[in-house]
Design a protein around this ligand. Structure first.
Ligand SMILES: [Zn+2]
Length: 189
């Protein structure tokens, strides 16, 4: 695992190292949408997550895709919604992503020259990890980041309400404490 893992969320760096993870603002702004390509659609991801939640009737989520930049940092530049890969992943109300669809995800990554940097999903209530979230990381690779948006990503999303979890491997997670989230996130959802 690299000593420092960074991901830029459209100018917001996610920095992980020494068991810590934080987000740093480089520019004033914005939304949880990532690439230069989608810059004009500031709230595209959270909007899609709300749409797929069908009137707050079920959870929704997405893989966040990125690439390593010249410094070895991971930059998030794209996303793919769970139900665009596995059409039944949201059917039960909680996310159950069928492993057989990972092939599509990896193929998509290969085509775009990207890797899976993080994932995000919504919860009906708060942004704490469920037992299932802890037991079954979407990507069980150390360094993977899982984000949880509370209240079906309903606006406005308070920065310190966003759950940020880093998978350490072996079933262990690092949770960014609530008191630190505001300084990590400067994202206007
Ligand atoms: Zn969850």
């Amino acid at each position: 695992m690299p000593r420092i893992v960074r991901a830029a969320l459209q100018g917001f760096q996610l920095v992980g190292g020494e068991g810590a993870v934080h987000f740093k603002s480089e520019i004033e702004v914005i939304g949880f949408s990532f690439s230069e390509l989608v810059k004009r659609e500031k709230h595209v991801l959270t909007k899609r997550l709300r749409e797929r939640g069908r009137g707050e009737s079920r959870e929704s989520g997405a893989f966040l895709l990125g690439y390593a930049d010249a410094n070895g940092a991971a930059r998030i530049s794209d996303f793919v919604l769970y139900d665009d890969l596995d059409p039944h992943s949201l059917d039960t109300g909680i996310i159950r992503f069928d492993g057989k669809y990972f092939g599509r995800l990896w193929a998509m990554c290969r085509e775009r020259g990207l890797t899976v940097v993080a994932d995000v999903h919504v919860h009906p209530g708060d942004s704490g990890q469920s037992n299932s979230d802890r037991a079954y990381p979407m990507v069980s690779q150390a360094g993977h980041i899982a984000l949880i948006l509370p209240r079906f990503a309903r606006k406005p999303i308070q920065q310190d309400d966003i759950g940020i979890y880093r998978y350490l491997g072996g079933g262990a997670w690092h949770t960014v404490p609530r008191v630190q989230r505001r300084q990590f996130f400067n994202i206007g959802f």
